[in-house]
Write a protein of this length. Structure first.
Length: 171
């Protein structure tokens, strides 16, 4: 027979564990609950398409970047699939930081590391992997902070955030 103090300790641990499990479940359910969000999503171009107008991103806030094109190995941006992205700019640019965030529901932040594909710093590539959740047509945003190289006074004033919403789909 266990002493009463030990039984009370075991019950307290069990109650604490149950509360922890309930709290974790609640956070998970809240994180995967869609929110009302309306956005114009970008449709990606394939690597093979030419750089016609429909492949160019509308980046009015980034006149110093010139033409910006974003290409994808999978234009439907499927969940749980390795996806290659290519960012093409008409002006030499340095990527300061980048991430993918969920817009139609919270999915945390996915850091994106770009590598320069050209010596002029006009073509950048990366590989991403989008997580799946309950929304079969999830809206994401690729956020890229860039700094045009021709603007020599470096700092936050020369940096530009590109906010590129896109939709992913179930396979």
């Amino acid at each position: 027979m266990l002493p009463t103090s030990r039984i009370k300790l075991i019950q307290a641990i069990r109650n604490g564990f149950n509360a922890f499990v309930i709290l974790c479940s609640l956070i998970t359910v809240m994180g995967c609950t869609p929110t009302e969000f309306h956005s114009t999503s970008v449709v990606f171009c394939t690597f093979e398409e030419d750089s016609s107008d429909h492949c160019r991103l509308p980046v009015s806030q980034a006149e110093d970047l010139g033409t910006v094109t974003l290409r994808s190995s999978h234009i439907d941006m499927p969940f749980e699939t390795r996806i290659q992205l290519r960012l093409e700019l008409s002006q030499p640019t340095r990527i300061v930081r980048s991430e993918i965030v969920g817009e139609s529901m919270y999915m945390g932040r996915i850091p994106v590391q770009w590598g320069a594909r050209s010596t002029e710093s006009k073509v950048w590539e990366t590989e991403v992997f989008l997580g799946a959740c309950t929304d079969p047509q999830m809206i994401w945003a690729l956020r890229i902070q860039v700094e045009p190289i021709k603007m020599k006074p470096s700092g936050d004033n020369a940096r530009i955030w590109l906010h590129i919403p896109f939709q992913s789909n179930w396979r």
